[in-house]
Structure formats: C-alpha cells, structure tokens
Design a binder for this molecule. Structure first.
Ligand SMILES: CC(C)(COP(=O)(O)OP(=O)(O)OC[C@H]1O[C@@H](n2cnc3c(N)ncnc32)[C@H](O)[C@@H]1OP(=O)(O)O)[C@@H](O)C(=O)NCCC(=O)NCCS
Length: 120
C-alpha cells in the first residue's frame, strides 16, 4: 500500500476533515503522489456538495503544511502546545487549515502555472 487518506464526514455531511500518510518504506515521497491523492479526494468531496474541508498538522511538519498550501488550503490558526508526544513528553503546536468549496471552484477554474502543476 502506497499510503492512506482518511475522510471524516461531519454528521451534517456538509463538512469533512482529512488526514493522509505516504508509506515511508516505498520511497514515494517528494514526487507529488500525496498531493495528487488529496486533490482527487477534495474534488470528489466538493463535487458531492461538501461546503468545507478542514485539516490539521503539527507545526513542525513542513512537508504536510506545504502540501495543504499547495492544494489551496488557508492557514486559519495555530494552537500552541496542543499535542503531547507520549514518548518524549514534548508539547507541540498544531496548525489549523480550511478550504471552502468557493475557493476550490475558483482554484480549479484557474489554468495550471508554468510548471504544469495546479494550485502551487
Ligand atoms: C505529509 C506527507 C504525505 C507529504 O509527503 P510529500 O512527499 O511531501 O508529498 P507529495 O507526495 O505530495 O510530494 C510533494 C513534493 O513533491 C514535489 N513534486 C515533485 N513532482 C511533483 C508533482 N508532479 N506534483 C506535485 N508535487 C511534486 C513537490 O515539489 C513537493 O516537494 P516540496 O514540498 O519540497 O516542494 C508525508 O510527509 C507523510 O506521509 N508524512 C507522515 C504522515 C503525516 O505527517 N501526515 C500528515 C499529518 S497532518
């Protein structure tokens, strides 16, 4: 398995949270696979009428933060010392991201940039 992408639909079926992981062992990082998977799932959700998708990541997780920005998420906030690492006892900040269907439609309508990659 190359990785996983989870969707948690809110009870009202108008909001969703996503999370994703690329398998470490398969050396698939840095090639855009996670970005492609996240975009595909976002497209699916917004086509089916989802109004808003949320995501969170550890503030030190720069790869994940770049991925979320790349696909169009807005950084909406930062929760200081929100998560505790049970092994080290360290508290880390959590970044909060959101993407609205209106933003997704606007981004999807814009042409790819010179690199051929959309929403970068
Ligand atoms: C988060 C995670 C999925 C990101 O992996 P990733 O390899 O950076 O993501 P992608 O597969 O989308 O690859 C994007 C990278 O490939 C590059 N790339 C190369 N070809 C590309 C293409 N055709 N399209 C898009 N990106 C491409 C991008 O420039 C980007 O690199 P950059 O961030 O240095 O600019 C991965 O680090 C992971 O599994 N981490 C552990 C679990 C985790 O943290 N999950 C998120 C919890 S919030």
């Amino acid at each position: 398995m190359a990785g996983d992408l989870g969707v948690n639909l809110h009870d009202n079926r108008l909001r969703a949270d996503i999370g994703y992981t690329l398998a470490l062992a398969l050396a698939l990082h840095g090639q855009g696979y996670a970005t492609e998977a996240v975009r595909a799932v976002l497209g699916h959700l917004f086509r089916r009428g989802i109004h808003r998708v949320s995501a969170e990541c550890d503030a030190r997780n720069t790869c994940s933060a770049r991925l979320l920005a790349r696909v169009g998420f807005d950084l909406e906030g930062r929760r200081p010392e929100f998560t505790r690492n049970m092994n080290t006892g360290e508290w880390t900040d959590t970044l909060l991201y959101g993407l609205l269907s209106s933003s997704w439609r606007r981004l999807s309508a814009s042409p790819p940039d010179a690199s051929g990659l959309q929403h970068r």
